[in-house]
Ligand binder design. Structure first.
Ligand SMILES: [Zn+2]
Length: 444
């Protein structure tokens, strides 16, 4: 039951178990929280799956292809691409997204009259689809340590922290009432891109600003070995050690990826109560490596999930990949479980918490769980869908986490508004048509 402001005041006592409510032919679950997205990258899906002229393809060769799209998009294109990505998120049960937004300027690097024009196009796309959005505005100062400027990064760069912080502050003001708690629909966070792209002094100022205003801080961290080596070369420390020794980690800090980290670095992240955001469907697509999430959980770290490059959009696939990648690596099963677990899968409970509660904490979203005082953000799944039919009460959550097909998602509700009804979104055809036109324009 909800009050007038669509806040949950009480929950029906229809068989409630571990964060899901079982109704007759439906299960009702808290909306999934996608903590890391680059919405515009939806335009390159399926277009980078071949070998280039290089002898060895990698994240870095993929990035050149991604940049070739990023340099060409108009504000309207960005709206259309973002709406497509957000539609697919809504249809898969996602109710809030953390958008790691780094396209700021026009194609020639000149700021738009409103320096937040593109950020606002992304926010408008999320609002038109009906998702909550944390616009994690990216600080990007340089190509890298002792690297020549890369002309393809010209749309991202705000060279000095004053410009970046002024624009961030203005964006937060312009979002106005949407920022209001506890029903925020669009709000800002800070996102210093990486230790590669943001020098230490700049980073200190951004984090100080975030601390003063209690904003989330998201940062790409140790996705690639090369970025760890460059950091050691510049500062004599790994990225995590640099952040820890400079006092820049904290409870509102989320390290995106965090793949190439040592046990010592993991202990530093845990001591600071920082968070991790893993993006396994993207990480496997890019050949980044495997997130050591077993070590993270052992140290009590909270792990959120993101669909990142949108090679596919299915956050429960990201959840199950956390476990599956470790199984392949270690050649054993149930890596994230423990001998004390019995009955319902503790692995499923843990992975589902990553897709909900931890994501909400990471991007400071109001949802994440179904409990009184929280907004009514949830989705329902059809218990007769072939992917989960026949699941018992005890194994329903692990059936959902390990096997749910997106076709089983029937209703998606954000703040009491039903944005997906019987598996369909009201603007679905129009969004897809516009996106098809955009793809034709970009790629012929
Ligand atoms: Zn990313």
């Amino acid at each position: 039951m909800c009050d007038d402001s669509s806040q949950i005041v009480s929950l029906a006592q229809a068989s409630k178990f571990e964060n899901a409510i079982r109704l007759k032919d439906r299960a009702l679950l808290p909306g999934l929280i996608n903590a890391h997205s680059h919405a515009f990258q939806r335009v390159i899906r399926g277009r980078t799956e071949y070998r280039t002229a290089n002898t060895r393809d990698s994240f870095w060769t993929w990035r050149e292809m991604m940049y070739s799209a990023a340099t060409r998009l108009t504000p309207e294109d960005i709206y259309d691409a973002a709406r497509m990505a957000f539609l697919e998120m809504a249809l898969s049960g996602i109710t809030a997204v953390g958008e790691f937004h780094y396209l700021h300027h026009g194609p020639d690097g000149t700021p738009y009259e409103d320096p937040n024009l593109l950020a606002k196009e992304v926010v408008r796309a999320a609002q038109d689809v009906g998702l909550r959005i944390a616009l994690l505005r990216v600080a990007y100062a340089r190509s890298g340590y002792e690297s020549e400027p890369n002309p393809q990064q010209i749309r991202f760069i705000e060279k000095d922290p004053e410009t970046y912080l002024r624009n961030l502050e203005q964006l937060s003001k312009d979002l106005g009432r949407t920022n209001d708690r506890p029903h925020a629909t669009a709000w800002v966070g800070t996102a210093p891109h990486s230790v590669r792209a943001v020098p230490l002094d700049y980073l200190r100022q951004v984090i100080q600003f975030a601390d003063e205003r209690e904003l989330p801080v998201h940062m790409h961290l140790a996705e690639q070995q090369a970025e760890v080596s460059a950091c050691i070369q510049e500062y004599g420390r790994s990225p995590v050690a640099l952040l820890a020794t400079e006092g820049l980690l904290g409870e509102r800090f989320t390290g995106i990826h965090s793949i190439h980290v040592t046990p010592k670095a993991i202990a530093m992240l845990a001591a600071a109560r920082a968070m991790i955001c893993a993006c396994p469907t993207t990480e496997r697509n890019l050949g980044d490596g495997i997130v050591p999430v077993d070590s993270f959980f052992k140290q009590g770290l909270r792990v959120a999930l993101g669909t990142d490059s949108h090679v596919e959009i299915d956050l429960l696939e990201d959840a199950r990949e956390l476990e599956y990648h470790l199984r392949l690596q270690k050649m054993e099963r149930a890596v994230l479980g423990s001998a004390e677990d019995s009955g319902m899968s503790a692995i499923a409970v843990r992975l589902f918490a990553s897709a909900t509660v931890s994501g909400a904490e990471s991007i400071d979203a109001p949802g994440g769980t179904l409990e009184p005082g929280r907004p009514a953000d949830f989705f329902t799944v059809d218990l007769n869908d072939p992917s989960i039919a026949g699941a018992s009460e005890d194994d329903l959550l692990s059936s959902i986490v390990f096997a749910l097909s997106k076709t089983a998602v029937k209703d998606v509700v954000v703040g009491g508004n039903r944005i997906v009804e019987d598996g369909r979104h009201a603007q679905q055809e129009e969004i897809i048509e516009r996106f098809k036109k955009l793809q034709k324009k970009l790629w012929g």
